[in-house]
Design a protein around this ligand. Structure first.
Ligand SMILES: C[S@@+](CC[C@H](N)C(=O)[O-])C[C@H]1O[C@@H](n2cnc3c(N)ncnc32)[C@H](O)[C@@H]1O
Length: 201
């Protein structure tokens, strides 16, 4: 049996793998140590492009080194910038945007993603994705700001117009409190003429 129900990050990766094709443009909204950036770079191939954001120079440095060692640096644009500036740096038509919230593993835990900037970036990402494109958000409610992000995301994502987006919330109901959760949003493709009407009998 090859299928394993592991955690929110693995679920996010499963969905992104299904949504992204060679040649696509995508965004990693939280670069960190570069693992998600490298994962995305593998999916988009040599003809695609990953734009990655982080506010910390340390994260950009670690990611650059990791991508170079993997031979993936050439298809990535690494920005030391907050994801709340996403619309200034990324063009519409993205196949996927990944958020992995919280702090830099092995870094300064005081530098964590924040509710207001996360929400601002999420709304920009939803405008930037192509029809059929997805946004994944892994949130860590085990710390104070993470819990605030989880609650604010639940409210914002639940309020999305169902005519434009389909939205899911994955939560491991038998896990320890504070376990990571996943929000997944897909932009609906434009409806075809006649779609939604009852077929004539
Ligand atoms: C959990 S880590 C990301 C892990 C990363 N995706 C990986 O694969 O290693 C969260 C990152 O978000 C970054 N961050 C915090 N605020 C941010 C913001 N406003 N914009 C972009 N990144 C931010 C932190 O510096 C940290 O590196």
């Amino acid at each position: 049996m090859s299928f394993l129900l592991q955690n929110a990050r693995a679920l996010a990766a499963d969905y992104v793998r299904r949504a992204v094709e060679e040649g696509d443009r995508v965004v990693d909204a939280t670069m960190g140590n570069g693992h998600d950036t490298a994962f995305l770079a593998g999916l988009v191939g040599e003809t695609g492009c990953v734009t990655a954001f982080d506010v910390q120079e340390e994260a950009v440095r670690r990611t650059r080194e990791f991508l170079r060692s993997e031979g993936l640096l050439g298809r990535c644009e690494l920005l030391r910038a907050g994801h709340e500036c996403m619309a200034q740096h990324a063009r519409p038509g993205l196949a996927a945007v990944m958020f992995n919230l919280g702090w830099l593993p092995g870094g300064d835990k005081r530098v964590t993603t924040c509710t207001q900037t996360t929400l601002s970036a999420l709304l920009q990402a939803l405008e930037l994705i192509a029809p059929g494109g997805i946004v994944t958000v892994c949130v860590y409610p085990g710390h104070e700001e993470g819990e605030r992000e989880r609650a604010a995301l639940l409210q914002a994502v639940s309020a999305l117009d169902v005519r434009r987006f389909n939205a899911l919330h994955h939560r491991f109901v038998n896990a320890t409190p504070g376990a990571p959760e996943l929000y997944l949003i897909q932009k609906n493709p434009p409806s075809q003429p006649g779609e939604g009407k009852k077929a004539k009998t």
